[in-house]
Design a binder for this molecule. Sequence first.
Ligand code: SF4
Length: 61
Amino acid sequence: MKVSIDKELCTGCELCVISCPDIFEMDGDVAKVINEIVPPGAEESVQQAVDDCPTTAIKVE
Ligand code: SF4
């Protein structure tokens, strides 16, 4: 699984950073991906972050 964030959509609510601190961190007013290739053990929590993101800014492939 690969993950990315559309910074144009991110409002910086920090939900993803709180739920997956190994994958996302804040970069000023928006979140950024620090681990683009999601380890298998983190896929479930990243999928939850995708579902929880209020602006659908997180994409997985
Ligand atoms: S949950 Fe979505 S809107 Fe909130 S910081 Fe993460 S990417 Fe941005």
